[in-house]
Design a protein around this ligand. Structure first.
Ligand SMILES: NC(=O)c1ccc[n+]([C@@H]2O[C@H](COP(=O)([O-])OP(=O)(O)OC[C@H]3O[C@@H](n4cnc5c(N)ncnc54)[C@H](OP(=O)(O)O)[C@@H]3O)[C@@H](O)[C@H]2O)c1
Length: 313
């Protein structure tokens, strides 16, 4: 089958490039990766032309407008990329019996819930970015509701890190430059490895030369466990020291501060922990849990391995 991956230069797009190199995904498939240069997602005619030319049976949308604070003043662009572009992809997939794998965010929630969010919880985004991603989710669901020949999965995830700019790399850089750090300790979520997420996405949607038949819908996709930004920063610094990195800061020189002490243009949810029970059940139904190499690896083990890997480079 033809597989088209949007967003090849982002953290998740790069992780898909790595995953899809595995022979089990390569065999019998024609895989094309596109970035902004090949297809600008703010221009719907470019998306339509590419889809009609390449005729993918599986569309993977790893692209997004992810500048959370900038989105507050670039609303039109954020909505074009996060809502209109996925809508065009979904309309194509729904009318061509194709499969769409799309990614969304924990920022669709307002964060006032006690405990983890499930897929049944009401969305109520606080920021323009969150609103644009929510609009993308709705557009996809609407396209498949109207004309449901194809299938779709929207994987909602959080705190992504991979090959690109992210919180962990920022902390490592600051830890090399400063002798003390202040990090927010009252916003909770789950750090998610782009590699782990791409692995889940590939297993869920690819069955040799065909799309895997799964139940269309929204799924929460994050590793086991949860933390806050301070907890994550502390682990990152300790892991870097354990991997013999030269830092100015020690874990005891990191101070917790409330989010109110670090105001940003876009409001963030205080709690964006996501429950993955629905995805666990679907993966079990498809017989995939035992096949997914890292499904049960908790977030902290994955972060430690990532920092160790960064330390080697
Ligand atoms: N990062 C997070 O913490 C986080 C958290 C929750 C959910 N998510 C979701 O996870 C998914 C992957 O995120 P990520 O971390 O991989 O994001 P990322 O590293 O920022 O990558 C996004 C990619 O989208 C591309 N893109 C942006 N505007 C475009 C346009 N007009 N035309 C074509 N391509 C365009 C970017 O291209 P350029 O490289 O040319 O800029 C970039 O390669 C997204 O759906 C995001 O909303 C991310």
């Amino acid at each position: 089958m033809n597989i088209l991956v949007f967003g090849k230069d982002g953290q998740l797009g790069k992780a898909f490039q790595e995953q899809l190199q595995h022979s089990s995904f390569q065999m019998g498939n024609m895989i094309r990766f596109v970035g902004r240069n090949e297809c600008d997602l703010s221009d719907t005619s470019q998306i339509t032309n590419l889809l009609n030319t390449f005729q993918p049976r599986l569309l993977i949308n790893a692209a997004a407008y992810t500048a959370v604070d900038k989105a507050e003043t670039e609303s039109d662009l954020a909505f074009a990329i996060n809502a209109t572009a996925p809508e065009v992809m979904a309309q194509y997939a729904a009318s061509h019996e194709a499969t769409l794998l799309h990614f969304s965010t924990d920022y669709v929630f307002d964060g006032f819930k006690q405990g983890s969010y499930t897929e049944l919880d009401r969305t109520n985004p606080l920021s323009v970015y969150g609103k644009s991603k929510e609009a993308g989710e709705r557009a996809i669901q609407h396209a498949f509701f109207d004309d449901s020949q194809g299938q779709y999965a929207i994987l909602r995830t959080s705190w992504v890190y991979g090959d690109g700019g992210n919180f962990i790399r920022t902390i490592l850089q600051l830890a090399k430059e400063r002798t003390s750090l202040q990090v927010i300790d009252d916003q909770y979520g789950v750090p998610t490895s782009a590699t782990w997420l791409a692995e889940v996405g590939c297993y869920l949607t690819i069955d040799g030369e065909k799309p895997k038949q799964f139940t269309s819908g929204v799924y929460h996709a994050v590793p086991l466990g949860e933390t806050n930004w301070y907890g994550l920063a502390s682990l990152v610094v300790q892991s870097a020291l354990d991997a013999c990195q030269q830092l100015q800061v020690s874990p005891t020189a990191i101070s917790p501060i409330p989010a109110s002490g670090y105001p940003l243009p876009a409001p963030r949810p205080m709690n964006s922990c996501l429950s993955t029970n629905k995805l666990q059940i679907e993966l079990e139904r498809l017989g995939l849990v035992s096949k997914l190499p890292h499904w049960n690896t908790p977030w902290d083990e994955q972060v430690t391995a990532y920092v160790k890997q960064l330390s080697k480079n």
